[in-house]
Design a binder for this molecule. Sequence first.
Ligand code: PRT
Ligand code: ZN
Length: 225
Amino acid sequence: MSNSNRLRIAIQKSGRLSKDCQALLKQLGVKLNLREQRLIAHSTNMPIDVLRVRDDDIPGLVMDGVCDLGIVGENVLEEVQAERVRNEQFAEVTKLSKLDFGFCRLALAWPQELGQQEKAWFNGKRIATTYPEILKQYLKRENIDASVVMLTGSVEVAPRAGLADAICDLVSTGATLEANGLMQGDTILESNACLIQNAALTDQSKLALIDKLMPRLKGVKQAKE
Ligand code: PRT
Ligand code: ZN
């Protein structure tokens, strides 16, 4: 559990979600001094500390109560949850809200020259991904007997490099697949950034602060619609 009486929020330090997270905190009225390249930024007007970490660490930090809140892509949340369930670790969080940024989909793709393929084509094939747990659940659901090759980056070059026959990767515009001669197939997961809360949070002052922030969040979301 977080032993500080300040509300701890985990956000991505640098990457696709960082700017939107910082903008959201600002819109919620949380004043931060983010200029310093430090792990923790203290709010100057609310009892809030913002932890800036890699997105992959955010679900675990919130599940373990090191942070009270976190902003993370549903893709990362689901992957970490599935991994922790498999390792018999606590994997619950309270999802407070879907946010209106970080949209993407986790989809299958394979070399364009192979043309359209049915699901059965994947039997006996190797699929490269950064999301092995989500992919394995999909393969099980669809009764596909394929092997999963875990790569933490450059997944889109795996077929060309001979590391895999197909990939399962995040897609937003589709430009990366296109540039790598890949054709998009089934979407396995649609994802947004979301705001999560530690499921065991009982500190009344922190819960009261969250209650104060939530209507503001609703207001920010409505203003954008
Ligand atoms: O360093 P850290 O671990 O924190 O960051 P990261 O490199 O793991 O993540 P980052 O910053 O790339 O992405 C953070 C989150 O943004 C992801 O977990 C998703 O929830 C969300 N997101 C939204 C995306 C994309 N869109 C996206 N397009 N994450 C990655 N991509 C990549 C994708 O992997 C592929 O390489 O962009 C490429 C495809 O984009 P298009 O537009 O060419 O289709
Ligand atoms: Zn990451």
